[in-house]
Every structure is written in C-alpha cells, then in structure tokens.
Design a protein around this ligand. Structure first.
Ligand SMILES: *[C@@H]1O[C@H](CO)[C@@H](O)[C@H](O)[C@H]1NC(C)=O
Ligand SMILES: *[C@@H]1O[C@H](CO)[C@@H](O)[C@H](O)[C@H]1NC(C)=O
Ligand SMILES: *[C@@H]1O[C@H](CO)[C@@H](O)[C@H](O)[C@H]1NC(C)=O
Ligand SMILES: *[C@H]1O[C@@H](CO)[C@H](O)[C@@H](O)[C@@H]1NC(C)=O
Length: 593
C-alpha cells in the first residue's frame, strides 16, 4: 500500500481499540543505575471516579472532565483545526486502559472533545497503544505513527493509523490498516525499549525519516529509520544520535529552528540558516533535556558547547515531561506541548478523580545567542485576559511585599519587569556548589533566606497572611568574573495544611524547590518574569522564556477568591518593579466538557 504518493484508499473497516502506555518510577538502585520501573496499579486502573473534586482543577489549562492523562500525542494543524491527542485512561484516575483521546480546537485554547482516536484490538497493539506523532503527507494526508505493544512483556512495534474520512473536519475516526506493524525491532534492539516515533521529515533524496527512542545498556539512543513510501521502513546503519549514561530515551523530538528569524520551520527544512534540536525524555530521571546542533548525512551532532546528558538544557525545570512539538503553518510557528503530572499521591488522585494536565502550548524560537531556545505561551492565551491591573516604578526595599490587587489571583497571568541599581550586592557563588544542581541551591537559598541581590519576585497562590505561598523569584550570585542568576519556583511552602484528610497534607506531597539558572545578560540591570497561575499550576517564564519552570501545588487556604498575589524582595539591594501587568484569566468557553 502506497501512503506517501497519493491514490491511497482509506476504505478499511473501522474498529474500536483500547490503548495503554506505561508510567515509570525512578529506581536508581538497579545494577546499571538507570533502570526505570513500572508504576502500575493494576487494582486501581479501572476504579472509575465517583465524584470529581473541583478544588485544584485548572480553569484554562487543558484537562478532561475526569481521570488520568499523560503524554500529548500527535499534535497537528490540519485544514484550519488543531488536533491534540493524548494518553488517557477512560476508566480511572491512575495510569491504565490507555486510549488516544482526541480533542480539536480552532485557537489552541477552546477545545472540543471528540471520539477516542485509537484503541488496542489488533495483534500489533493488543497490549497497548503508546505515544506517537502525526505527519501531514504531501496531498494533505495526515498519518499517525504510534507504538503498539504486542505481548505481556511490553515488546514494542511501530504502527500507523489514518483518518477514515478526510472530509470530516474533525477527523473523528481513525483506521489502523492491516499491513501493520510498519516497523519491528531487529536483534540489535531490545524491543522493550523501542518507542515513541517522531513526526517524519523528508530528505532531499525523497526518503522519509523518523527517529524512535530506546537504549542499549546505559546509552540512550535515537534510532533512525528511512522510507520511500512511508510503509516500508529500513533502519539506518547509524542512529540519529546516542549519548552514553543517559538511560532510556522516550519521546524524542527532532526539528529545525531558524537562526535568522523567529518563524518556526516545517520539520523537513534544512539549510544554512537552520540549526537542529534534539530533545529526549529521560525515563530514569523523569525530566527532559535538549541540545542544539547540526544535522548532516543523517547524523545529529550537538554543538560543542552543548551538554549532552543529564546536566543538559531543559525546556522546563519543573513538572514537564513527554513533550512534543509541531509546526503550525497557519502562523509559521513551532509549538511545544508538555504534560504536567500531579505532585500529590495516587491515593489523592483517586479521591480527586483526575490526574494530569497539558500545559499551555508554547511557541519555540532560537535565542539570538544561538545557545538555547526561548519559549513563550502562545499568543491566543492572551484572549482570556481580563481586569488588567498595572503597577510601575514601585520600589521594593528589603523585606517588603506589595499585594497586586484587583485580579483573581488564583487564575491569572502576570508579567513583571524588575530593575535594580547595582550588581554589587550579588552574593558570592560558592565554588563548592554544584553548578548543575540549581534545585539543590534553591532548596538552601529559598525566598526566606535573606540575600543581597534577590531573592525578589512574586508570591503566587498565597494566603492572605502568607501561611502558604509558592514564590517564583530570582537570586543573583557573583561567580568570579560573571553572574549566575538562579530562578526558583519553590513549592515547599505551597500548602499550610497538615490535615491528612485534605488534598494537600504535608506528609506525602511532593513539593520540590524547582530551579534553573538563567543565562541572561544583566547589563541593563533588569530581569523579567511571567507566570501563568491556574489554581494548582504555576507556569513561569524567566527572562523572556530563557528559563521555564512549572510547579503543581495544592494550596489549602489560597483557593479561588482567597488566593493572593504579591511581589516581594528579600535581598538587601533595593529593587524596583519597573512595570507589572496582571490579568484575571477567564475560563475558555469550550474546554472538553
Ligand atoms: C465524511 O465527512 C463528511 C463531512 O463531515 C460527511 O459529509 C460524509 O458523509 C462523510 N463520509 C462518510 C463516508 O462518512
Ligand atoms: C531488554 O531489557 C530488559 C530490561 O533491562 C531485560 O530484562 C531484557 O532481558 C532485555 N532483552 C533482551 C532481548 O536483551
Ligand atoms: C523574607 O525573609 C524573612 C526572614 O527570613 C522571612 O521571614 C520571610 O518569610 C521572607 N519572605 C518571603 C516572601 O519568603
Ligand atoms: C510526577 O510526580 C512526581 C511525584 O510523584 C514524581 O516524582 C515525578 O517523577 C513525576 N514525573 C513524571 C514525569 O512522571
């Protein structure tokens, strides 16, 4: 069957499928140090939510009405409609029974639920339908590639699915043709680490390429496959890329970025003004890293100054995983979707009746330095803004806080630029500190530890008397001849409750002091911060999107109208709020209900 060259007959029977994907738990005690273990709760997988708890549900982030979600799958723009598929358990609030749920949107903000797109049923996916990607082939024909599980040992193959009716604007029905699987592992591949095919790109030779994640011993691998017709795939002799000691790679994403502008590029674009990005999700650590580099002769080579391993650059230093990007031809941009899991326990998720959100899609561009990417919430989210409040030239002396009044702080968008008169008071960066462990440093030097230049920033989801708050802030250090800017999103004081019956008890919650360094020029003595605050989500963008951190928090007091927003300074250097704009955020009219 020819897929890529037109004349395809999609007239295959439509069947109902039920899919799954696995969630892994970190287990660093195994012999090779990078083994992941399955976090599977067999007895809870089909425990349907009786009551859905509203508390802590998001107002404008993507969330189905109930139950578990994980990876965003196959995002694409097709005939005026954005499609988002995602791993979903229709039967419960923990991972299991996974299907490819499907929602459609015209603006990336309002979403309408349609039928589940893919479910297991056939020998090539009977034990699960895991993550994958969409490619729009010439002739305007979308095709999904996804990982199918063929046995109870989690052996993985790659399958495809096509729309049943290309005239249906929402592409509600998908067909898995009988010539699946398209790709099976060869003896050099461990079939239990062979998953998550990317969007395909077309080489000048007319052959399609995809990459698939895996590992050999401790080496993370991104396998490369080629095909002329999208049906017959041959593994390239060399992987697209590998990196020692990183463990299993999930959800690889590989795409070009423009070095000469901010337009996004279609996945097949190559040329002199193009750099490539390879992102991988690390199964063992549950975070992602990316490198920028060059792509030649079907090999990807990170630039020499890139860190190609656990200390590499991250899209986000918080709850953000299994991300995937796509090119949006309607606005010439590349958009990134990431999944945020919950930070509470499985038990709490079952009581809530839901788990997981998709974060606000982000536009991805190359920083003018060429050394990192910039991320910014898609402009459409600004349509939800209302009740604007402004503040400017407001001095914050040491120990001062100022409340930003007039918005619903629990569901808001805040964009602030701070300035300071001097860098002299930056604290010395102790050479014994781990330069790659910003999170540890934030744990030691949180908002309550007075500093020199910083900590200053905002207190999100704060109760009136600051019994609880999630501070997002900067702290500047002097490190020999340069400055290190630490950005923190610290969940450690996010909930005042120690009541075990509440959603947010202090005992078993995961409340990390997430942090990253911001590679920013301080010549202008300014630092900017934007946060999208949404009941239990705080998604922050430092210095125009150079460093991003997402926290999931469960306030006990700062709920709905009882949430407050403050700006603060706890450093001896006076800082000024140059400008601050904040808005209440409306609920989208349509959100998957
Ligand atoms: C395909 O979709 C179009 C538009 O929704 C519809 O009019 C048509 O009946 C569909 N065709 C089939 C075979 O279902
Ligand atoms: C694949 O990896 C798993 C997990 O490390 C291991 O148990 C299994 O033996 C490996 N399979 C092969 C064929 O090497
Ligand atoms: C600022 O520091 C003081 C002294 O350590 C502390 O009591 C206060 O909570 C800090 N403010 C914030 C917002 O963390
Ligand atoms: C999200 O949940 C926390 C708390 O349970 C875990 O520590 C993280 O590993 C997990 N992240 C992912 C991507 O699964």
């Amino acid at each position: 069957m020819e897929l890529a060259k037109g004349g395809v007959r999609w007239a295959l029977p439509v069947v109902v499928y039920v899919c799954c994907c696995l969630v892994f738990l970190l287990n660093l005690n195994s012999s090779n140090g990078v083994e992941a273990s399955h976090n599977v709760f067999m007895h809870l997988q089909s425990l349907s939510a009786v009551n859905v708890r509203k508390e802590h549900r998001t107002g404008y982030h993507f969330q189905p009405t109930k139950h578990w979600i994980n990876d965003p799958n196959g995002p694409m723009y097709f005939n005026g409609v954005y499609h988002l598929f995602y791993q979903y358990n229709p039967k419960g609030a923990v991972w299991g029974n996974i299907v490819w749920a499907h929602s459609v949107s015209k603006d990336l903000i309002n979403w309408e639920k349609v039928e589940h797109a893919i479910y297991p049923s056939k020998p090539f996916d009977k034990y699960g339908c895991w993550s994958g990607s969409a490619t729009v082939l010439p002739g305007n024909k979308p095709v999904i590639l996804y990982t199918g599980i063929v046995d109870d040992k989690n052996s993985q193959v790659q399958n495809y699915a096509v729309p049943a009716n290309l005239s249906d604007p929402y592409l509600r029905e998908w067909i898995k043709p009988d010539n699946n699987p398209l790709i099976v592992s060869d003896p050099s591949i461990n079939a239990t680490f062979f998953r998550d095919p990317t969007t395909a790109w077309l080489g000048k030779d007319g052959h399609w390429r995809i990459t698939i994640g895996g590992r050999r011993n401790r080496r993370g691998i991104s396998y490369l496959y080629r095909s002329r017709d999208f049906v017959h795939w041959v593994k390239a002799k060399h992987a697209l890329h590998t990196s020692a000691g990183t463990g299993n790679w999930e959800c690889p994403d590989f795409f070009p970025v423009s070095v000469s502008g901010t337009n996004g590029l279609d996945t097949s674009v190559v040329g002199p003004n193009v750099k490539h990005v390879l992102k991988v999700s690390l199964d063992a650590t549950r975070f992602e890293y990316y490198t920028l580099g060059s792509y030649e002769k079907d090999r990807y080579t990170p630039d020499p100054d890139m860190i190609d391993g656990w200390n590499g650059l991250r899209y986000d230093y918080g709850n953000f995983y299994a991300s995937k990007s796509f090119f949006d031809p309607s606005k010439n941009r590349r958009i990134l979707w990431g999944w945020a899991n919950e930070s509470d326990s499985t038990d709490k998720d079952i009581k809530k009746g839901w788990a997981g959100v998709q974060l606000i899609p982000r536009t991805l561009t190359l920083d003018p330095s060429g050394k990192q990417l910039l991320q910014w919430p898609v402009e459409e989210v600004e349509n939800l803004r209302k009740n604007k409040v402004e503040l400017s030239n407001k001095i914050l002396n040491k120990g001062e806080t100022v409340e930003i009044k007039g918005i619903t702080a629990a569901q808001s968008d805040v964009d602030v630029t701070f300035s300071f008169g001097s860098l002299d008071k930056a604290e010395p960066f102790d050479p014994s500190w781990d330069r790659y462990d910003a999170q540890k440093l934030c744990g030691q030097k949180g908002s309550t530890v007075e500093g020199g230049l910083g900590p200053f920033g905002i207190l999100t989801l704060a109760s009136q008397n600051l019994e609880e708050y999630t501070p997002v802030f900067f702290r500047v250090f002097k490190d020999q001849d340069k400055y290190q800017v630490l950005m923190c999103s610290d969940a450690s004081r996010s909930s005042a409750s120690v009541d075990k019956t509440k959603m947010d008890d202090g005992k078993d919650a995961y409340r990390p002091s997430f942090a990253g360094f911001v590679n920013v020029d301080l010549n202008e003595k300014k630092l900017s911060l934007r946060s999208l605050i949404d009941n239990s989500v705080v998604e922050s963008f430092g210095a125009g999107g150079k460093t991003c951190i997402t926290s999931r928090v469960y306030p006990a007091l700062a709920l709905y109208g009882n949430a407050h927003l403050y700006a603060f300074n706890n450093g001896s250097e006076t800082v000024k709020i140059d400008s601050l704009n904040a808005w209440s955020m409306s609920k989208p009219v349509k959100m998957n209900h």
